[in-house]
Design a protein around this ligand. Structure first.
Ligand SMILES: Cc1cc2nc3c(=O)[nH]c(=O)nc-3n(C[C@H](O)[C@H](O)[C@H](O)COP(=O)(O)OP(=O)(O)OC[C@H]3O[C@@H](n4cnc5c(N)ncnc54)[C@H](O)[C@@H]3O)c2cc1C
Length: 461
């Protein structure tokens, strides 16, 4: 990057916050996906004014800018595919206000998701979106990816909680979108256009979220099944019986064994699959729903149902699930995780397809995910240095996405398109919607400054 540009960036944010050392560039060149590109520089912005000034400079100089939260994304969203500048929002990490009378929280984008969840829990409230990465991911990244989480089945995703956004347009103008009132229909719903825009339409500098009262009681349980398809079929049976769990997750045998090797928490390594379920709400209702869910699991071939009776037992259940990706990623040098999502009643067919594809291409795939949302994370354990195996992996990924689309699903339930899935987007949304998306992008970002190479295939490096 030219010295004159670096100098201007230092004037905007201070030289301490402009990084160009090779070790910094490498650290900002990857996320939780497996493709890497180094930036030319990093700026750690401290305010909305700085973010606007950086984007105005980028437009003058034709510099590409990639916003970054914690870099836990799983579709390459924060990876600077076209080089240029990484704009790190991590310094902007203040919880500005928790408004108990309006049930709202206002934060800067670099606040860690778990920090907001704990802060509101301390005053008896709940911020429901809880991605598996909750202890690391930022709320800016969550809004940009419209992150889901373990509680999405009952409580929805980030888009269901974001009320208002402040930030900078790709050309560096400050904007405020949305309203903090219960209702607002003042013009286009920009908040829900920006939520899920993967850092391509705006950089967020302030976010206001809706909160809920904390449920009075919770009960967690685990059902063990001889086969993965039996566990998958049970998911629909539970929902059809009128139970709406707060969480309903699935882990296959590969994942159970791998997590047990990693964590040594006494998981049943012989089980074909596990369903992990939590119900929450009023105390009496929780007991009734937990008993009913346990009976349904048993009548759908569960060999055993274990209900957690202490906090420690409950924590063990969720530690097992939250460790799934970290555990699988230890097995081989490369773990490629997908998030194909199907209508809930197609879940059993989707897991059968994944097993068929794993056998066809002789690959090890660990499958876990948000079963209650029909959102599976088949994770292919491989080694990207092995070209022959990677060719089989690519074919398997194509078939997994095709299977999801054939079953009426989507290529991404929650991780976004990034560059990882851009070639599949047109198959799902079709030319009409893709054309609208391109028109919006080029209207807001005429020079293609902000996060190029993401979502659309023809806009890469
Ligand atoms: C172990 C693990 C478990 C996970 N579990 C889940 C899960 O259950 N559900 C789920 O949905 N995801 C999950 N993820 C994926 C990931 O954590 C989410 O996508 C998360 O929202 C990314 O947040 P981040 O702060 O790391 O963002 P980053 O990865 O840094 O960035 C993600 C995208 O957001 C953009 N961005 C970041 N900050 C801003 C900003 N202030 N303004 C504009 N754009 C911005 C970036 O440009 C990029 O496109 C998981 C990841 C891991 C590693």
């Amino acid at each position: 990057m030219r010295k004159s540009i670096l100098h201007k960036l230092q004037e905007i944010s201070g030289s301490k916050y402009v990084l160009t050392a090779p070790e910094d560039l490498v650290c900002y060149g990857y996320d939780a996906q497996h493709v890497e590109y180094c930036p030319e520089a990093i700026v750690r912005a401290g305010s909305a004014e700085e973010v606007c000034a950086i984007l105005r400079l980028a437009n003058e100089e034709g510099l590409h800018v990639t916003p970054r939260g914690a870099g836990t994304g799983l579709s390459g969203g924060s990876v600077p595919a076209a080089g240029g500048l990484v704009l790190d929002l991590g310094r902007m990490n203040r919880i500005i206000e928790i408004d108990q009378s309006n049930l709202l929280a206002t934060v800067e984008p670099g606040v860690i998701t778990a920090d907001l969840a704990s802060a509101v829990e301390a005053v008896g409230l709940m911020y429901p979106p809880d991605p598996g990465s909750i202890k690391v991911s930022t709320l800016g990244g969550n809004v940009a990816e419209n992150a889901g989480g373990l509680r999405a089945i009952k409580y929805g995703v980030t888009a269901d909680y974001i009320k208002a956004i402040e930030g900078a347009t790709p050309t560096g103008e400050f904007f405020k979108a949305g309203a903090v009132t219960m209702k607002s229909v003042a013009g286009y719903d920009l908040v829900h256009l920006l939520c899920g825009s993967e850092g391509t339409l705006a950089v967020f500098t302030k976010l206001t979220f809706k909160l809920l009262p904390l449920p009075k009681a919770r009960r967690s349980m685990v059902g063990l099944f001889p086969q993965l398809t039996q566990a998958a079929e049970t998911v629909s049976a539970i929902i059809s019986a009128g139970i709406m769990p707060a969480t309903l997750e699935i882990m296959d045998n590969v994942t159970i064994r791998t997590v047990e090797e990693f964590k040594k928490i006494g998981l049943p390594i012989d089980a074909g699959a596990m369903l992990l379920l939590e119900v929450d709400g009023a105390s009496a209702q929780v007991v009734e729903e937990a008993d009913k869910a346990a009976r349904i699991m048993t009548s759908h071939n569960a060999s055993e149902v274990q209900i957690a009776s202490t906090h420690e037992e409950r924590d063990k259940v969720w530690e097992a699930r939250r460790s799934a990706l970290a555990a699988l990623a230890r097995v081989r040098p490369t773990a490629i995780l997908e998030d194909a999502t199907v209508p809930r009643n197609q879940l059993a067919d989707m897991v059968s397809e994944i097993n068929r594809i794993a056998n066809k291409y002789s690959l090890t795939i660990g499958t876990f995910g948000h079963a209650g949302d029909g959102n599976l994370h088949p994770t292919i354990l491989t080694d990207q240095r092995d070209k022959e195996e990677m060719a089989r992996v690519e074919k398997a990924i194509d078939e997994i996405f095709n299977a999801a689309l054939q079953l009426g699903g989507t290529v991404s339930g929650e991780h976004g398109i990034g560059f990882a899935k851009s070639r599949y987007l047109a198959c799902e949304v079709g030319p009409g919607a893709l054309g609208m998306m391109r028109t919006i992008k080029s209207a807001l970002d005429p020079k293609g400054i902000l996060n190029p190479g993401k979502i659309f295939t023809d806009q890469t490096t």
